[in-house]
Design a protein around this ligand. Structure first.
Ligand code: GLA
Ligand code: ZN
Length: 697
């Protein structure tokens, strides 16, 4: 359904909000879009109030004009269904369509996304507007893609109102069929919570103390589905009216509220909004993790970076700009990770409103005086040479298992300790990436064929079926590594009895008896390969049952017991990391896992980002990106590569490249790239000023 060829090259563009500007500006916009190489804009995302003046009273005049103008200027349109924010008249006419918080507060008019996803009039209004927009522009030559709503669940990922409560009950009835089954699943024998009728069941609104954990977990599942229903309502209308136009809604990466593995099944192409903090030295890792997730959600297919900032955002406490070159570097990272489109929020920085200090392609200073504009136009020109990347895949031998249900369960209160999943995931991801690995994300139940290594930084919630899949994976020769507090509960959040690790106990060859949750400032030590390191936060107290100890604890009541283990499983191996290891130690363990699995690796500083993509003819591209803001890095590379795209007048690379701060070098090899041949250092100059990969050099 999604054919990138409709766009005539790599997609390049932005959210375009002409309703914020007088008509005179529109023609200039189109001219500047051409100057920048923009070929697609997302139009009308927040235009509901401009399009439907009163219920059923539509005004499409201005949008007709903009659509025609863009088409005449050769710019295609990713047209929004405009449903992202109902107008004030709507929210006032249907006051109970405003969302309700966990504390029972009904939110006021005046921000955005101010709707209850389950409200009947809201759903009717969304359907009416979607149908009107789709019917109006079906067949318009500029229309190439549908942009459904905007960032579902960004502000409101759950609504605790009566409408949603009714839907929750129906959802539960479909899941459990009888109240008795629900009582069993929720463990309501505890604290006198037993229900006798569906009507008694409420959303987990603010209660005197912890609400029932399984109620909270099911509520999260329901809330993701509740919003998804709204999405599929729009999706269905679009498919009916314009069956040939692909549709997407912009995802937010690791958004807590929506199970994107489920959602992605509804997308023709997966798209992403990503705003890594450019002020952080590892913002490329933060971005890379989200890019890898996005590609994985789409089954490895190419995806669209729908929104990002050209420079600063306005919604952090302190909003760092992107330094010169940093935007290009992060865009190259997206391309290396499978993006087929690079878009921004927003075309023209607003003059008024809550986002006036958010960067745009056209900054307040105007295009001619802006370094951001120069970078935007340079990159637009560069992209034309990168069209062959649209056919590339991102081959990964390592998969990280991630599950929204696990994330929800972990976030529920009343745990042994606090275990923030994303930072934990980030530490494992950083270790794998600095070992030179491409990484895929997989949900439980995914096909693991084709991976050599599966990594579970944490999978607290694990069903027997997942345990069985992982057992089969290791028996086939796969290498598995799991982190602490894994395999503790099933999908109802009931504890696996008989030793934690539950469904993985036999694969790992161990059982966990208890946890030593360390208080702030408390530590333990772990000795691994003769080296003793300090560990913090969490220590599983575990017992071997078939596994060997790779590392042991040095202190506290379980001193001498295993902290890291390994077990041979047929052809494969199963590893367990029972504590929060320092970054270098975790990397060493992962290196051993890769060695065991025969996966080549290297050792890179955080400042050098390495990815590999593969073209249909089996040739590969090595993407080297510098995340260093100051120092030129000398990088040794395998011989036999050529610069990509080809450079006029000789493009053999040799065995060494210098990467200036935030610069990018792509090298094309006739076959597989051996990443173990990529090393930083050697007789390297720091602060080299002229670099082969600088534009124009
Ligand atoms: C999101 C939204 C945009 C805008 C940007 C600001 O991505 O979709 O409308 O608010 O954030 O960063
Ligand atoms: Zn509601």
């Amino acid at each position: 359904m999604f054919d990138i060829r409709r766009f005539g090259g790599v997609i390049y563009g932005a959210d375009y909000n002409p309703e914020q500007w007088p008509r005179e500006v529109w023609a200039e916009d189109v001219r500047l879009m051409n100057e920048a190489g923009v070929n697609l804009v997302s139009l009308g995302i927040f235009s509901w109030a401009q399009l439907e003046r009163a219920e059923g009273d539509f005004d499409f005049g201005w949008l007709d004009e903009v659509m025609d103008l863009l088409h005449a200027g050769g710019v295609d349109v990713n047209l929004a269904t405009a449903t992202a924010s109902p107008p004030p008249w709507f929210s006032l006419k249907y006051p109970d369509s405003r969302p309700v918080t966990v504390d029972g507060v009904r939110l006021e008019v005046g921000g955005r996304q101010g709707y209850c996803p389950g409200h009947p009039a809201l759903r009717e209004g969304v359907a009416r507007l979607t149908r009107a927009v789709a019917t109006r522009y079906a067949g318009h030559p500029a229309l190439k893609l549908w942009h459904i709503n905007n960032e579902y669940g960004c502000h409101i990922d759950q609504c605790f109102c009566e409408h949603c409560a009714r839907r929750f009950r129906a959802w539960l009835e479909a899941r459990y069929v009888t109240v008795a089954a629900l009582n069993d699943a929720w463990g309501t024998a505890f604290w006198s919570q037993r229900y006798t009728d569906w009507a008694e069941i409420q959303p987990p609104r603010r209660a005197p103390t912890y609400a029932n954990p399984t109620q909270q977990l099911d509520w999260r599942r329901f809330s993701s589905d509740n919003i998804l229903e709204l999405h599929t309502l729009e999706r269905g209308i679009l498919t009916e009216v314009t069956p040939d136009v692909p549709a997407t809604t912009n995802f937010l990466g690791f958004l807590p509220g929506l199970d994107y593995f489920r959602w992605a099944q509804e997308e023709d192409v997966v798209s992403l909004d990503a705003y890594p903090d450019p002020g952080q030295p590892d913002s490329h890792l933060e971005a890379g993790m989200v890019f890898d997730l996005t590609r994985s959600l789409g089954g490895g297919n190419r995806w669209i970076l729908m929104e990002q900032a050209t420079s600063a955002v306005n919604w952090r406490t302190r909003n760092a700009p992107k330094a010169p070159g940093q935007m290009r570097m992060l865009n190259h990272l997206a391309l290396a990770k499978g993006a087929s489109g690079i878009m921004f929020f927003q075309w023209r920085a607003s003059k008024a409103g809550a986002e006036k200090f958010h960067s745009g392609l056209v900054q307040h200073v105007g295009p001619q005086r802006s370094r951001v504009w120069r970078e935007v136009t340079d990159f637009g020109a560069e992209l034309r040479g990168l069209t062959p990347l649209l056919d590339a895949r991102v081959p990964a031998r390592v998969a990280v298992m991630f599950d929204w249900h696990n994330w929800w369960a972990l976030n529920i209160d009343s745990k042994p300790g606090v275990l923030p999943l994303l930072p934990l995931l980030g530490r494992w991801y950083a270790a794998l990436r600095t070992l030179g690995q491409n990484v895929d994300f997989v949900a439980p139940g995914s096909d693991l064929e084709g991976y050599d290594v599966v990594v579970l930084p944490n999978l607290y919630l694990m069903d027997d079926a997942t345990g069985a899949d992982l057992r089969a994976f290791t028996e086939r020769g796969g290498h598995l590594i799991a982190g602490y507090f894994t395999g503790v509960v099933d999908s109802r959040e009931h504890v696996h009895l008989g030793g934690y690790g539950g469904p993985l106990r036999d694969v790992l060859g161990l059982w966990v008896e208890e946890w030593d949750v360390l208080l702030p400032g408390q530590t333990n030590t772990v000795t691994l390969n003769g080296q003793t390191v300090t560990v913090t936060d969490w220590c599983d107290v575990l017992h071997l049952d078939g596994a060997e100890a790779v590392a042991t604890y040095g202190e506290r009541f379980y001193a001498g017991q295993a902290a890291v283990t390994r077990r041979a499983t047929g052809q494969g191996q199963a590893w367990y990391v029972g504590t929060e290891l320092p970054a270098d130690t975790l990397r060493n363990v992962l290196r051993s896992v890769l060695d065991g699995a025969g996966v080549p690796h290297t050792d890179l500083p955080v400042t050098l980002d390495l990815s590999v993509s593969q073209l249909p003819d089996g040739s590969q591209i090595l993407h080297l990106l510098s995340a260093d803001p100051q120092v030129t890095q000398r990088v040794q590379i395998p011989a036999g590569g050529h610069f990509f795209p080809a450079r006029p007048g000789g493009d053999e690379v040799g065995t060494q490249v210098d990467l200036a701060p935030f610069s990018v070098t792509l090298i094309h090899y006739p076959g597989p790239v051996d990443v173990s041949g990529v090393k930083v250092g050697g007789a390297a100059a720091t602060r080299v000023t002229a670099s082969a990969d600088l534009p124009g050099a």
